[in-house]
Design a protein around this ligand. Structure first.
Ligand code: ADP
Length: 199
């Protein structure tokens, strides 16, 4: 199965692009959703997290207290490494299963932190959705109702725009209208169909 990794900074338009590929009957695998599901109430990963960090990290509802876990690993690199080693193989396994069971022409792996988590090896091709930072900030503020400082701090934690662009196989410039975006996705869809058919 031919796998396209879709990535881009916060607010660049990944979800919008994913939905446009879905409309073309392409399966989109959402890595963030899998990362949330893997620590769901009653999961093996949640049990391992509880064994290591204690039941303080579990809410009364039986769900993970994400904020506490974030604080726990924020300043402790060995805890963070442990957590990544606990979660990443499980996330990869679920992605693999979903890829194997897909019947679409190719699959899109929507991985916002593809570069940050060094997941380039999971995909055959990398598609970056790109917008200038000013547009990125404005769209996130409009979408989430948050202030500029918060958006800036999130952008700073992600890889730079230059890094993304220089590691992309394909780039969608999403600084124009949604109509433009639809056309760009249609063009890429044709390209990916050809690439997937040619192995
Ligand atoms: P991401 O998933 O990368 O964080 P989204 O797809 O949620 O980004 O897009 C961020 C915001 O910008 C959303 O509110 C979306 O509707 C809007 N948006 C996306 N593309 C465009 C566009 N070409 N023109 C105007 N608004 C857009």
């Amino acid at each position: 199965m031919f796998k396209v990794g879709l990535t881009g900074g916060i607010g660049s338009g990944k979800s919008t692009v994913s939905n446009l590929f879905r409309l073309k009957n392409i399966d989109v695998i959402d890595a963030d959703k899998i990362a949330r599901d893997v620590v769901a109430k009653g999961s093996q990963a949640l049990k391992e997290i509880e064994d290591r960090f204690g039941s303080d990290l579990i809410l009364d509802s039986g769900e993970l207290n994400r904020e506490k876990l974030k604080v726990q690993v924020f300043n402790n690199s060995s805890d963070l490494n442990w957590l990544n080693q606990c979660l990443h193989p499980k996330i990869r396994a679920i992605i693999e299963t979903k890829v194997q069971s897909s019947k679409s022409h190719y699959v899109i792996l929507d991985i916002p932190l593809l570069f940050e988590n060094k997941l380039e090896g999971l995909v055959d091709r990398i598609l970056v959705v790109d917008v200038p930072e000013a547009i990125q900030q404005q769209r996130v503020m409009d979408r989430d109702g948050c202030n500029r400082e918060l958006v800036e701090s999130i952008i700073k934690k992600q890889v730079s725009r230059d890094y993304r662009l220089s590691h992309a196989d394909d780039i969608i410039d999403n600084s124009h209208s949604l109509d433009n975006l639809k056309k760009a996705v249609s063009t890429l869809h044709q390209k990916y169909r050809v690439l997937s058919e040619n192995g």
